[in-house]
Design a protein around this ligand. Sequence first.
Ligand SMILES: NC(=O)C1=CN([C@@H]2O[C@H](COP(=O)(O)OP(=O)(O)OC[C@H]3O[C@@H](n4cnc5c(N)ncnc54)[C@H](OP(=O)(O)O)[C@@H]3O)[C@@H](O)[C@H]2O)C=CC1
Ligand SMILES: O=C1OC[C@@H](O)[C@H](O)[C@H]1O
Length: 427
Amino acid sequence: MGFGALYRIYAGFVSPPPVKKRDDAIRFGLLGASSIAPIALIAPAKAHSEVIIAAVAARDRTRAEAYAKKHNIPIVHSTYEDLLQDPSIDAIYIALPNNLHYEWALRSLRAGKHVLLEKPSCSNAEEARALFTHPLLKAPNAPILLEAFHYRFHPVWQTFLARIHDPAMGRVKNAFVQQYLPKGAIPDNDIRWRFDLAGGAMIDFGTYTMSCLRQIFRQEPSEVLEAKYRGLMSPPAGLVEADQVDQAMTARYRTADGATGSLVADLSASGGWPLLPSSWTKNLPRLGWPKCEVALEERVVEDSEGQTHTVQRNVVIWNHLLPSIYHRVDVEDAHVIRRGEQVVKTWKESKREKAYKWPVGDARAGIEQEWWTSYLYQLHEFVNKVKGREGSGVWVDGEDSIKQMEAVDETYRKAGLKVRPRTAFEL
Ligand SMILES: NC(=O)C1=CN([C@@H]2O[C@H](COP(=O)(O)OP(=O)(O)OC[C@H]3O[C@@H](n4cnc5c(N)ncnc54)[C@H](OP(=O)(O)O)[C@@H]3O)[C@@H](O)[C@H]2O)C=CC1
Ligand SMILES: O=C1OC[C@@H](O)[C@H](O)[C@H]1O
């Protein structure tokens, strides 16, 4: 990793250059003193002239006060509901355990606040349907609700999609998405290991892999061909339905038009070290970039005078999850010229692409910088939507979020695990 990456980490995550705030900036309140908010919203907000992190509420006021002091948040509320009733707050960031997303998103919308809702949007598809089709979202001047699939907003993800959905190329034939967190990264008492909090690898980390596959396919997987999970090795005593919690999930899918795809999402990965025997490394934490690999169908590009020219494209994106640190898109086009059945000539064209910003001349290019994190790109689009501006066109709509949860639920069913339970809250 070079100096460029170090600078992008520093400017994007550690100390974004502060900007002067506008008078009409959107004032955010945070529900919960969560671990992810500093990365996903507090740091990006520093660099956005139209966002102010104005308030936080935690279950324990002392904890909220300490968090507010650390992150320079001016207002502290003693309860989540108090924060929602604060008229000075325009938008709510929900980074609560997954089982609370549905309830607090609805409560926030009822209070007239815009909502940036962490992924997964809900515990299951039933909740997602009830949330994203709720009358509160259909009223005139309804608040904005966004499931925070931040990686989709980064230019490199859009570049990757453009390479695989290139009209000059064949359709998607096969895709593979992998994401590993090294063993030991998630503590034993984490919300991700709690079935009652809608935890588990598939609904947490796996929701990204599923979202990637769905965008690669540009359609829903019509069938889960196989889903296998690895359960918790030694669940801490007292965990409710610990046998329903997946530490890792691998699954295979097929679409209606015959494309296939698979995913691996592992929250506690070990082994798999290159060059060393697996017996040496099987208990060591596994490191590895998140990546998506896509193979397109071979396509005839020219057919004349008894000769056919075909091209078959493979594309890999490295590190779709935290692309501002480092990423790469590898595109390889394999060309073949045939006369009848006979191969006359073959060659390959390869390129490696980066897209920390929108390309020069692209209508989406503007004030963005190379160090912008996917979270900052996402925040810009959220603000654009709230302010009624066109923006980059990247968005995650409610129908998408519902379909996403349906695919997660189906994967759990196929694996023989319970769909995460619906909460009792109604509105
Ligand atoms: N976009 C991204 O990159 C990431 C998204 N996430 C998502 O964000 C959400 C929060 O994750 P993360 O920040 O890692 O989690 P944390 O455990 O750090 O934060 C969760 C917050 O939820 C509150 N909470 C309310 N009820 C409970 C409860 N019963 N048990 C535990 N906490 C409770 C706590 O707030 P209080 O302060 O009030 O006690 C806590 O601060 C998850 O939905 C996760 O999927 C997580 C990591 C990365
Ligand atoms: O980005 C992420 O990385 C780690 C996961 O457990 C987390 O929930 C996810 O959002």
